[in-house]
Design a protein around this ligand. Sequence first.
Ligand code: COA
Length: 413
Amino acid sequence: MPVRELTAEDLIAYRMLSAGAFGGSVDPSAADAPQSISPGRTLVGIDSSSIPGGQAGVIAAGAEIRYDRIALGGGVAGCGGIGGLSVHPAHRGDGLFGALVTGVLARCLAESLPLSMLYASNPSIYRRYGYQVVARPQSLIVPLVDLQRIAAVPDRRLVPVTEATMPRLRELHHELIAGDNAMLRREPPLFPEGLPALPWAAVLLEDASGTAHGYVSWTRRGDATDGIGLDVHELFGRTRSDRVALLRSLGSWSTVTELLRLRLRTDDPVLDVLPSGRARPDSSPVPLVMMRVVDTAATLRARRAPAVLGGTIRLDIEDGTVPEGTCRAAGSYLVTARDGAITVLEQEPSSAGDCDALGTCRLDVHAAALLLVGGRTLADARRLGLGAEADPAAEAFLDALLAGPRPSVLDAF
Ligand SMILES: CC(C)(COP(=O)(O)OP(=O)(O)OC[C@H]1O[C@@H](n2cnc3c(N)ncnc32)[C@H](O)[C@@H]1OP(=O)(O)O)[C@@H](O)C(=O)NCCC(=O)NCCS
């Protein structure tokens, strides 16, 4: 069952597979039918004709790999975002899923994408290939009446977001997510430079000199029988008072709708400025964000180290989830932090290591994903039942090296 790259000629067959699995329709004769694979993406798949009883011109299993870049530990890392993964109903239950996921990971490695990310409504099927849940997207339902009486914030005004001001919003987004973990950088070609399609809307918050300090983006819902008239995609501000100013602006909707749904980052700082405790979690089911380490050394090298941290540990990672050579997660590494940078030396598994090292950390591939994406400790990994053992000094070092906010992802794919 060879996994191959799909080309423009396979596009209709791939779309039919995907629409069959996730819904939607494909009309190859329609004038706007896609003719080429969108930039920033690769499609991979398995031909039905390579399987006994299969048919030519049918894709038996396929997936899309996005070439994303994510904020990671103060740096930026490449990340293969996996979407649209599906197996043709005629070929399900025959083990194609595993062949496809393995092929996808091998392709991520070949494309120098040290991490992979996907949204899973059924995490167990991905877990067996080394993916680990790292984030749970969440939203709050906020009564608008609570935002009505927020006082004005001095030296702040709102600016409409248009084609002209959209670049300022993008720039501010990059700036404000730079300290986060796992947030997608919204860059072309995956994120076009212009305005998102209507009914998306946003306002930018600036001071009297015209410096941007925050923004809030939303979609107005037309037929809100549940009382939720506004889907707020994100609210970002530099400071507490910037977030207060943006919440105040949302309060202006209270005359036309009762509730808003506010999408949150993990431990979102906006939670600390909500004026009442009457907000409630949104009950809609949301897929979980799972990530996998494709290349341990490259993932670590993409990060920054805390400036005050110095030292070396030996890091041993075990990965029995994919055939050898598919990923470069497993191995023995000497990890050094010095002057804010991380260096990684790959070791022979049998080597004695560095006698100056603080000790050894041993992680399984799931703990490696949980920890290297940031904001979690070895104790957190053990609490989840993942393999994470270490000499005490090495554990303290790795926890300090990977400290930061817990991962968040706001972009669905
Ligand atoms: C989910 C899907 C990709 C599985 O593909 P597949 O080729 O049939 O899976 P495999 O035969 O390789 O089975 C892999 C394992 O996953 C399990 N599995 C398959 N579908 C499952 C499901 N829906 N729920 C739970 N486990 C499932 C199988 O039992 C098998 O486990 P086993 O090895 O212990 O027997 C396929 O059913 C599909 O395309 N579904 C619709 C689209 C979809 O759900 N995509 C994933 C989006 S998150």
